[in-house]
Ligand binder design. Sequence first.
Ligand code: F6P
Length: 323
Amino acid sequence: MDTNIKHIGVFTSGGDSPGMNAALYAISKAAEINNIRLSGIRRGYEGLIDGDFVKLKPNEMQKIVHRGGTVLKTARSSRFLTLEGRKLALDNLLKNKIDALIAIGGDGTFKGLLVFSELCELPFVGIPGTIDNDLAGTDFTLGFDSAVNTAIDNIDKIRDTAESHNRIFLIEVMGRDCGYIAINAGLGVGADAILIPESGQDFVRLLDKIKNYESEDAFIVVVAEGDELGAEITASKIKELNPEVDLRITKLGHVQRGGNPSALDRMLGIRLGAASVTALMNGERNVMAGILDNQLKFTPFDSVVKQHQVNEELYELLKTLNT
Ligand code: F6P
């Protein structure tokens, strides 16, 4: 056990995701139990550069386990991309005598840590926090399950109006480079078609299906925002084929990032939060904590940020169900 760790800094970075507060609670509690000082760093890498450090008290954090967003706030930092920004960040860590860092975020966050490790010798541990589920090294990222539930709730509502008007709806869900939210939400609502960036064939299947579309029914298409055609172009292609169809586009947008975390995301945050403190005490460095096959696993950052492929079985299921 590495008893040199006396003071840990923690921050959330990139897009917020439900479950981040649960992770912060577990980190604060695990640090307290092990007599480790904990400093929260506000606004991700921006706060590291500005020296914006705050205390995280476990008894206060316990009261926000159920809340979405992140109490530490978050940001996408362009200053950290510069060597000057990273040097300022390092100065602040040394000035505050921080021995190790825990970062909760997505691939941009971990890429940032990889570059930072060329300058800073402190150990880093990551927690996968993004609704996109686009990281290797974990079956699920923090916030993904909540985001899919939010998408499903909203698409169910859209179906009511779609069926009442016999309309085609194209519903765009989040997922910058990845179709995980689209596949899970789309299958969960019984969508007629699901368009994802990982597939070149999904639009062909959609056109095939839409030929037989009876204007006496609703037709629900779930489109990942990262899909190569996107909702607008897909809509205009459908219109070209059949100018008479009654069609609407709905973009669910940031509603998917908010709201109370699901039970799964709360537990994921708590498990990974506590594990990240133990990992640092055990001498782990530059790894992300994740859950694979319901087992805690640590994966080096460089393997985590490789292009994450959509689950093969889910992809085959899309084709089997012709969605
Ligand atoms: O955090 C992931 C994500 O929500 C993506 O799904 C989306 O493309 C992006 O962030 C949006 O980022 P921003 O809130 O900075 O516009």
